[in-house]
Design a protein around this ligand. Sequence first.
Ligand code: NAD
Length: 302
Amino acid sequence: MPDSASSPAPIAFIGLGQMGLPMVRRLIAAGFTVRGADPAEAPRQALVEAGGLAFADAKEAAEGAGILITMLPNGRIVRDVLLGAGAAGALAKGALVIDMSSSAPTDTVSLAADLVPLGLPLIDAPVSGGVKRAIDGSLAIMAGGPAEAVERARPVLAAMGKSIFATGPIGSGHAMKALNNYVSAAGLVAACEALLVGGRFGLAPETIVDVLNASTGRNNSTEVKMKPFVISEAFNSGFSLALMAKDLRIAADLADHLELPLPQIQSVATLWEAAKCGLGAQADHTEIHRHLQALAASGPRG
Ligand code: NAD
């Protein structure tokens, strides 16, 4: 292992998807050297065009890096990349690992413990704001882990996000992220239900959204999702329904784990899992409206 203190070691960035690629572009624009990895060829090509080095294999990308960032579908894949595929072993001595994916907090706690013998500190630093804010570098970032590791990551995180919160111990960022997405998903479902009920009563969809946005029913979905993605039927927000369903299952399981029998967090998770089964893994999360529309069309309960 090369020593990370002797030279400005590059950043390895694993997962160049909807979020990862624009985040990497921000890092390159801020002057960091990035070695990215993704099995898909198109984002690798885009990374090279942006001035980075691209690899199909995560272990190769990790070679000699002083910081490794993961932006992957879930914590199981993060573990596979680091320990199964051997990326952790290829890093520079004392390198910092930052999981920016939306992973399950309990998995993160056990991954941190498994990286200790390798001398690799881990922080969880998931993000909120979607593709738009990944592109303009204004993501909200919630960072869990030892304070000195979070401070070490801060200049790198600042290239990708505007609000960086130190949330507490390892896993707390991932817990916060799942809870944020629970609140966000519940708000989107409520807005879609209002559209369906109001629409059946004769209210115009744009009127419903305009009134909500000027009233106490306003939320992020009414402000930034209903018109461009739902009412337009474009359904192209860039955040998949399957990933949202995963986040909601993490939030509901966390409530279970903490022995909190709360009704809505469970029912929202179940609703999104049913939507994923009905609409398929490729559906955009705003297509939850189509799932609710189908339920509404199935007629009165009975
Ligand atoms: P995505 O599916 O677009 O990207 C994931 C990328 O990981 C893909 O390009 C895939 O090829 C790559 N990948 C999968 N396995 C790999 C491996 N073993 N090695 C290297 N690369 C691998 O997903 P996304 O929308 O970019 O989301 C990434 C993470 O960020 C998820 O945890 C998601 O929940 C979270 N997130 C997404 C959004 C959003 O708006 N899309 C917002 C906030 C957080």
